[in-house]
Ligand binder design. Structure first.
Ligand SMILES: *[C@@H]1O[C@H](CO)[C@@H](O)[C@H](O)[C@H]1NC(C)=O
Ligand SMILES: *[C@@H]1O[C@H](CO)[C@@H](O)[C@H](O)[C@H]1NC(C)=O
Ligand SMILES: *[C@@H]1O[C@H](CO)[C@@H](O)[C@H](O)[C@H]1NC(C)=O
Length: 339
C-alpha cells in the first residue's frame, strides 16, 4: 500500500504544521478574565470595560473590546476570543483550541504578583499542567500530546515588574535596574524551560512596550514620556532576543520567537494621526491620566464617546483598535512562521 503513504504523507505534514490552540501566559495585556475569579482589586469585569466587545459585555479584559491575542487566535483560524482558564462554566472542550492563564497585575517576579494578590507565574504553570492532564483524560494520549506539541504559546509579561514593583515607592527591591533585569530574564528562561519540558515547542515571548509613554507614566513627567523607562524596555527586549537565539539552540525542537511590540506602539504614539487616532497621551476613560480598573467605573461622565480615536482605553491599557494593529503587525512580521 505504498500509494497510501505517498498520498497521506503531505496531509500529515500539513496537519502537523498547523496551530491547533493558542495558550497564553502573562498579565493584563492578555488576561481574558481570570482575575474575575480571585479576590483582587485588579479587575475590569464592569462597565465601561467591554463596551465595544460582542454585546457590550465586560469580560475582565482591560480594554473596550478584544485583546491582541484574541485577534491572533482568529488569524490562526481558531475562535475569535480566547477563554479564561478559571471560568468554571467552560469545559475542557471549550478550552481545547485556546486558553489564557494570565492574570492582570502579575509579573515574572513573585513579589510583583503579591502587590495586588494576583496569580504568579508558578501558579499559571501549575494550571497549565492541570490543563494538560484534563486534555489527556478528555481526548486521549495521542490527540492531547499533539495539541500540546503543536500549540502556540504566547508570553506577555514584564511591564508590571518594573512599574508596579521595581520603580514603585513601596518596592523592597534594592540593587541596580540592570541586576533586576537579569533576574527577570532568568525567571523568563526558567518559565520557557518549564513549558518546553511539558511538551510545548512553538513559543512567542512578547517584548515590552514603550512603558514610559503609558498615560499613567506621563503624569509626574510634565506629560512627556518617561525616557528612562523606555530605555529599560529597549534594553530588556535586546537581551530577550539574545536569550531566544540561545534557547533555540539549547532546547530540543524549540521554536521561540520574539515579538516586537515596542516599535509598533512607539510609531503610533509618535504619529497617531497616521493610524487614524486623535489622542495618544490620555486614556479614553475618566481624565485619562491615572484611571484604571475600578477608577474607570467611577468617572463615567468623562468617558470618551469613540474609543477608536484613542490609543489607550485607560491610563495603562490599549484600546481594541490599538490591539488589532499590534496583532496584525506581529502576525505579518513574526507569527506568520507558524501559519
Ligand atoms: C455560569 O453559568 C450560569 C448559568 O448559565 C450563569 O448564571 C453564571 O453567570 C455563569 N458564570 C459565569 C462566570 O459566566
Ligand atoms: C515563586 O513562588 C513559588 C510558589 O508559588 C515558588 O515555588 C518559587 O520558587 C518562587 N520563585 C522564586 C524565584 O522565588
Ligand atoms: C499585514 O499584511 C497584510 C497582507 O499583506 C496587509 O494587508 C496588512 O496591511 C498588513 N498589516 C500590518 C499592520 O502590517
Amino acid at each position: 500500500m505504498w500509494w497510501l503513504l505517498v498520498v497521506l504523507a503531505p496531509v500529515a505534514a500539513a496537519l502537523a504544521s498547523k496551530v491547533p490552540a493558542v495558550i497564553v501566559f502573562g498579565d493584563s495585556s492578555v488576561d481574558t478574565g481570570n482575575n474575575n475569579f480571585i479576590p483582587t482589586i485588579a479587575r475590569s469585569n464592569f462597565w465601561p470595560y467591554g463596551r465595544d466587545y460582542a454585546d457590550g459585555v465586560p469580560t475582565g479584559r482591560f480594554s473596550n473590546g478584544r485583546l491582541a491575542t484574541d485577534f491572533i487566535s482568529e488569524a490562526f483560524g481558531l475562535p475569535p476570543s480566547i477563554p479564561a482558564y478559571l471560568d468554571a462554566n467552560l469545559s475542557i472542550h471549550d478550552l481545547s483550541t485556546g486558553v489564557s492563564f494570565a492574570s492582570a497585575a502579575t509579573g515574572l517576579d513573585n513579589a510583583t504578583a503579591d502587590v495586588l494578590r494576583v496569580i504568579p507565574i508558578a501558579q499559571q504553570l501549575r494550571y497549565f499542567k492541570e490543563y494538560k492532564q484534563r486534555l489527556r483524560v478528555a481526548m486521549g494520549e495521542s490527540q492531547s500530546e499533539e495539541i500540546i506539541r503543536e500549540a502556540l504559546y504566547i508570553w506577555s509579561i514584564g511591564t508590571n515588574d518594573f512599574i508596579e514593583n521595581y520603580y514603585s515607592q513601596l518596592s523592597t527591591r534594592h540593587g541596580s535596574v540592570g541586576e533586576y533585569e537579569a533576574y527577570l530574564l532568568g525567571l523568563a528562561e526558567a518559565a520557557i524551560g518549564d513549558v518546553h519540558a511539558l511538551g510545548g515547542r512553538k513559543m512567542d515571548f512578547t517584548g515590552l512596550t514603550p512603558m514610559g509613554c503609558l498615560p499613567a507614566e506621563r503624569v509626574g513627567n510634565r506629560g512627556e514620556c518617561n525616557e528612562e523607562y523606555n530605555a529599560v524596555a529597549r534594553s530588556f527586549n535586546g537581551k530577550l532576543q539574545e536569550m531566544a537565539g540561545r534557547l533555540n539552540k539549547e532546547l530540543h525542537g524549540l521554536r521561540l520567537v520574539y515579538a516586537d511590540t515596542y516599535n509598533v506602539l512607539s510609531a503610533v504614539v509618535d504619529t497617531p494621526a497616521d493610524y487614524g487616532f486623535e489622542n495618544a497621551v490620555q486614556g479614553c476613560c475618566g481624565t485619562g491620566l491615572f484611571e484604571a480598573g475600578y477608577f474607570c467605573s467611577l468617572s463615567t461622565s468623562l468617558l470618551c464617546p469613540n474609543a477608536n480615536k484613542y490609543v489607550f482605553f485607560d491610563a495603562i491599557h490599549p484600546t481594541e483598535k490599538m490591539y488589532k494593529i499590534i496583532a496584525d503587525t506581529v502576525m505579518n512580521t513574526t507569527l506568520h512562521v507558524f501559519l
